[in-house]
Structure formats: C-alpha cells, structure tokens
Write a protein that binds this ligand. Structure first.
Ligand code: GLA
Length: 730
C-alpha cells in the first residue's frame, strides 16, 4: 500500500516513488494539509504548522482563547465556507435556513486496493496493482452534509487522483453552489502559475506569471473546456526549468465549465483549487442524495517540467485512453475538409482517396456536408440522414469503394448541434438550448441540443448507430462548433436550472459511453472547432483530438508546444495541409509540414492529386518516415528543446526511446538569418557514456550531445525542416 496511516495522530501519508502527500486531522478535527513534494518517507510534517495570533483572522469557537488557531491561516485539505477562512472556498452551499456555512470536520476513513470509479463520468482506471485508494470522510455537523475525499495513489507513476463525493445525510435539502474537485494549500514557496490560454485557431499558448497577492483564475463558462483556457495548470518556482526545479501539475478530467483558482494569501501561502466552475452551477441535494465532482489529476516533479509531462503522458496513455487504438498505431488519414469544404460528391471524394491511397495513406475521413441539407454551414445540422444528391446510394458505396483501395473509411459528425433550418429543429424546437421568451445567441448560425435530455440522447444514438451500421465506418470525428449560451433546459424545474450545464456534460459522456461500448474498435477523434475541447474528459472516449483548426506549420509550433505540457503526442491530431495555408496564407515546404505533423496522430488535409510529382514522392517518403519512427514518437519520451513562445527564429523537439538507444530530433529554422550565430541544441535523455551515431555519420558521446549539443544547420530560406536521428553505437 502506498498509503500510511497513523491512527493515533490521524495522520495520512500518500506515498509515490518520488513524492509524498500528507494531511492530518487536528485536535478540533479540522483536516490540515501538511505537505506535498519530494518523498519524505513517513516523517510527520505537522511540525511545520507554526502559527501566530493574527488580527482579523478569527478562531473557531472551540479554540476558546487560543487566538493563534485560525482557519484563515491553517493549510486546509478541503477548504470550508463561511466559517472563518476568507480564502478561496472549495465548496459553497445554500442550507435549509438560507445560510452558506460548510464547516468540515474529520469523521473517519477507509482504504482499498485499486482505483475508485466515478459514476457516469470519465476517470483514470487501473488494476488493483496500479493504485491504492484512501477515502477521508468530512462532515458539517450542523447540516449533515458529508464530503468524502477520494484519493488514488499511483505509486509507480507519481500521480495522485482526487475527487469528492457529497452525501446529504441531513433531513433538509441542501443546494451546492460550488464543489471543487481538489484543493492544495502550500504553506511556503514563492510560486508562479503556468497556464494555457488561446482562441479559435491558436489554442494552448503557454503563459507563465508570478502569483499576485489576491486571486488568479483560469476558467471557462462556455459549456466546453474551451479554446480560451485549458483545464490544466502548473505551479512552479521562479527558477523551474524543463530539467530542474519543483512544479505541481493539476489537470481536470472534465470537458465543461471549469475554474482553476490560485490565491496567495496575506501570509504569502498559496492555495490552488480546481473543479466545475461555480458560475452557472448549482445542484440540489435532497436528503439522502449524493453528488460526485469530476476527477483532478495531480503530479509533483522536483526535476522540472519534462518529468511532470512524462508522468502525465504515460499515465494518460495507459490509464485514461481506452480501446483498440490505445497503443496500436492509428491509420494515416486524409481528411477532405480543406480540400473541398462543402463542395463534393462521391466521385470527388473517391478521387481524393485514390490519389492518397497511391501515396500510402490508410484512411479517408469524410468531413462536414454528407448529410441533410448541408450545402454550407447555415442548415442541416441535426438531420443525420445521408444526402443522396451528393452521395448517390448512401455511404455504403463510398465506403466500399474506399475499402477496395485498401483504405479505411471515417466520418464526421457534430451530434450536439442543430441548425434552425433542419427537420429536427422543426420537429423539436424545445430540444435546442434556449430561454423561453428570448432570442437565443447564435454561433456559426447554429444552436446546441440539450444533451441533458434522455430523449435527445436516445434520438442521437438511434441516428448515429443507424449511420454507423449502414457501411464499414471505422472512425468518427466528433465535432462541436459553438459554445453554449442562453443556458436553460426545458425539462428542469426552475429551481434546478443551475444543474443544466453539468447535466449537459453527464449526458454527453453517457452518449459517448454508449457508443464506445457498442463499437469498441471504432476510433474516435474529438474536435471542437479544432482544439476547443482538448481535455482529459474527452480523451477518455477519443484517444486523439484535433489539435487546432490552424494547420499552419509555424503556428502549430506554439500550439503543439503548449499542448505537450499535459497531453501525450498520441492525443494530438495533426495534419499536413495545402499551401498557401488556408488560415495564414503562409507557404511552407511540404517536408516542414510533415515534420511538424509527425509530432501527433498524423494525416493529410488537402487533395494530394494537386501536388507536383516531386511533392508526391516526398509525401510517400514522409509516410514511410512516420511509420519508421512511430515507436519513437509515440512510445518514447518527449522533450521540448526550445520554447517557441520566446524563440521565433528556430524550434526543436526530441523523442527518445525508452531504452535510450535511439532519439529523433525534429525542428524548424523558422526565419533565416544571414551570417547568423551558430546554434547548438543540447539534446536530452541520452545515456551519457554511450556513443551515438548522428544521421549515420558523426559519432559522439551522449555526454557531448547533451552538454555541447547538436549543430543546428543554418540554411537559406524560411521554414526549413531539420531532422537528426541518433542511434547508439554498441
Ligand atoms: C470544425 C473542425 C474542422 C471541420 C469543420 C467542419 O471547424 O475543426 O476540422 O471539421 O468544423 O464544419
């Protein structure tokens, strides 16, 4: 067991190979957080609790004259509300008497082997040997609201997962208005916050800022985790680098409204919380009812960001992604979106497939426009019936035609959305989210279905299975092209409207689960206008997610860089598209586009028939290269060698095999510089004493390559790809 309990002291230590996490219920049964960091064995860290009488930081009644005991300065394991801690609350409630107090006191604990599961929600999974679980029970004695803090400790992976189950054991209804998944109080340290912001066409841009006195929040209230902020953040010290220094990574397994809040308090202590956003959230707990928060995943690394990312990457590949394609190489695909947009018919698609199959592409994905009255983006969403004007005979002939070329066939859906100009909307206007008596906000002309409704989900399940059973469809791209506003559910009473956003997510997860259970071999790719729902919740169902609608190779450098801090390479949908690029107008060589796209689930997004013969040859080679290096890029360790947020001249990244005998360094000379300085790129993760052959020529020691570096070639011309393959010479 990775969980050590001192019953006498009510001291709980969660221990992983390299980290320790400790909490203790004190004499007033308040659960104090004592420590999270480098492994300290079973040392009792409560000696760190060193407090003074602070004016305006009050004292719990039972502390009597003990004026140095204050909830306002004690590190809390799961912070209270309204009873004297003025910092970020983990929870807020409306009690039967209208008060908002939740005063957590320790009740007891249980432990078990293996990982807990969360009913109806995505979460990490594992066998008994993979994790141990501790459940600590807290209660508000007055109302009878109990909070069960769940922890699974992944000893080998340096990971701790958390969630909270609330149970109303009182006699009156209680309304939850905030319910964080985790709270982390750090008594010391001067921390910076790293987070990943963006917009449509430029997601997950890394920003690193010192915590200010006060609160800082990254969040979404858009009904999706969003392009604008990602449900993942890092606390690190000022001097933490890729290779050294402390950092805490926290990621939510959730795809809806979230907030991650950080506060530096009056004493300079830090609190971090993460969970469902309390805006647009309330949940009524009748007597006896329970509520589960989404899961939060935490890791601590004392060896910089690369160790933190490595902990996450391996854990998510092994214990979050599911299905046939968890480790199996996914087919190299061609998607017709940028090649045709809505303007296609069967012949055009078969022609694109044919050209692609001759170059080694393994699957064609038919994107938006194959159904209903869908000539553009103003109509048709919701009518999941094949448009036989475009695709004569339905999907079977096209799927069969593509299969006959030796390729798989995949299909785009946007199940959650609905056009007002659709038969579905005409039949069921109340299925769309809108507030009675108000004109809804439209986005891309469309509305969104209330996924919290069972009838909506049943209808979508019936339509999608009918389509998926009608032809040999082996892949689905699941899109969602707007954010939610005008939140209202026609099936909820007025006092429960605050539940609509979370019920939407539970409904979405329910439909996804039904589909992946029925089609266990189906490959799902998540998408939301590119990477607008790039989160661990979706990754549980779709092992890859379209990273960004911006397919420009230069723009992708910072998007994929930011994405890599939390998410594994296998999760990143990344394609070679046409030039001039449709988003930026930039012209980059096909080789460069391929090099960037190989750091992900690889594919094409153009009509390959339009390439020159020379370029076609390059594509052939590219696909061979992708396959040749697949084990390295997808199963190896990933290293960020440069930071494209700072360095606008060149970029480099590296993959190293688990046995460290091989490495692939990819990069780009972004802008050429005449008579520029020499550039040396120190690589990482090699065996210092081993000798490596670089691109089949020069032989150098791992030590030299890691400390001196590789000579980055200077070339004339912008956007030039760079590749080094390193192989150990035995
Ligand atoms: C979104 C996706 C694109 C494409 C279009 C189709 O924007 O991100 O890849 O599928 O929708 O409408």
């Amino acid at each position: 067991m990775a969980i050590y309990i001192d019953e006498q002291k009510k001291l709980f230590t969660l221990s992983t190979n390299n980290t320790s996490y400790q909490m203790m219920a004190d004499k007033y049964l308040v659960l104090n957080h004592l420590y999270y960091g480098e492994n300290i064995g079973q040392e009792d860290m409560s000696y760190l609790l060193d407090y003074q009488d602070r004016g305006f930081s009050g004292n719990p009644y039972e502390a009597g004259n003990e004026r140095d005991y204050s909830l306002d300065s004690r590190p809390q394991e799961y912070s209270t509300n309204g009873v004297g801690d003025y910092r970020i609350n983990s929870v807020s409630v409306i009690n039967a008497d209208g008060s908002d107090a939740a005063d957590w006191r320790y009740v007891g604990y249980t432990t078990s082997k293996g990982k807990y599961a969360i009913p109806g929600m995505p979460a990490l999974y594992g066998e008994e040997k993979d994790a141990d679980t501790l459940i600590v029970e807290l209660a508000d004695k007055v109302t009878g609201l109990h909070a069960f803090l769940y922890y699974s400790v992944w000893e080998e992976r340096d990971i701790i997962t958390r969630c909270v189950k609330f149970v109303n054991q009182g006699t009156d209804a209680i309304v939850l208005t905030k319910a964080a998944s985790m709270n982390l109080d750090l008594m010391s340290g001067d921390w910076e916050l790293m987070h990943f912001h963006g917009r449509h066409n430029l997601e997950r841009q890394m920003e690193r800022v010192p915590l200010m006195r006060g609160k800082m929040t990254v969040e979404s209230v858009r009904g999706a985790s969003s392009h604008q902020h990602n449900p993942f953040a890092i606390l690190c010290s000022k001097d933490t680098t890729e290779e050294a220094g402390p950092c805490y990574g926290t990621a939510l397994v959730y795809s809806g409204n979230f907030s991650i809040e950080a506060e530096k308090d009056q004493m300079g202590q830090t609190r971090l919380t993460a969970g469902i956003n309390s805006q647009r959230f309330s949940w009524t707990l009748e007597a006896g009812a329970e509520f589960w928060t989404p899961e939060a995943v935490m890791t601590y690394s004392s060896e910089g960001f690369e160790k933190m990312s490595s902990n996450f990457h391996h854990t998510f590949r092994e214990h979050l992604c599911r299905g046939k394609y968890k480790h199996e190489r996914r087919p190299v695909l061609i998607n017709n979106w940028e090649a045709t947009y809505f303007d296609f018919d069967k012949e055009k698609i078969l022609n694109i497939a044919k050209g692609a199959s001759e170059l080694g592409v393994e699957m064609l994905v038919l994107d938006d426009g194959w159904f209903g009255k869908r000539e553009g983006d103003v109509s048709g969403l919701g009518d999941w019936y094949v448009n036989t004007d475009k695709l004569e005979g339905g999907l079977k002939p096209i799927a069969d035609g593509i299969n006959a070329m030796g390729m798989k066939f995949g299909l785009w859906f946007e199940p959650e959305c609905i056009s007002e100009d659709s038969d579905l909307y005409r039949a069921h206007p109340d299925w769309a989210i809108q507030i009675p008596g108000r004109q809804p906000n439209r986005s891309r002309y469309q509305l969104i279905l209330d996924m919290g409704r069972e009838d909506v989900r049943d209808h979508l399940y019936e339509r999608m299975t009918a389509i998926l059973d009608s032809a040999n469809i082996e892949y689905v791209k699941w899109d969602m092209n707007r954010h939610i506003s005008d939140v209202y559910s026609a099936v909820l009473p007025k006092e429960r409207q605050g539940e609509a956003s979370h019920r939407y997510m539970l409904g979405l997860y329910d439909l996804l689960e039904r589909l992946v259970s029925r089609y266990p071999d189906l490959l799902l790719e998540g998408c939301s206008g590119g990477g607008g729902r790039f989160d661990l919740g979706m990754l549980y169902y779709s092992p890859q997610i379209w990273c960004s609608d911006d397919t420009d190779a230069v723009e992708r450098l910072s998007v994929q860089y930011g994405t890599s801090f939390c998410y594994p390479i296998s999760a990143v949908g990344s394609h070679v598209s046409a030039v001039p690029n449709h988003q930026t107008g930039r012209i980059t060589p096909v080789e460069t586009r391929g090099t960037v796209a190989m750091a992900g689930s690889f594919g094409y997004e153009l009509d390959l028939n339009l390439l020159s013969d020379g370029e076609k040859e390059e594509v052939k080679e590219q696909i061979k290269t992708f396959k040749k290096y697949y084990n390295l890029t997808h199963e190896g360790e990933y290293y960020r060698l440069t930071n494209p947020m700072e360095n606008r001249l060149y970029a480099a990244w590296e993959f190293v095999s688990q046995d460290q005998s091989e490495a692939l360094v990819h990069g780009m000379q972004i802008l050429a510089q005449p008579s520029g300085p020499s550039i040396h790129i120190p690589v990482r993760g090699l065996k210092a004493d081993a000798m490596y052959e670089v691109n089949g020529e020069l032989v150098r020691s791992g030590r030299a390559l890691m400390h001196g570096g590789l000579n980055f070639p200077r070339q004339t011309g912008d956007f030039k790809a760079v590749e080094f393959y390193l192989k150990e010479v035995k």
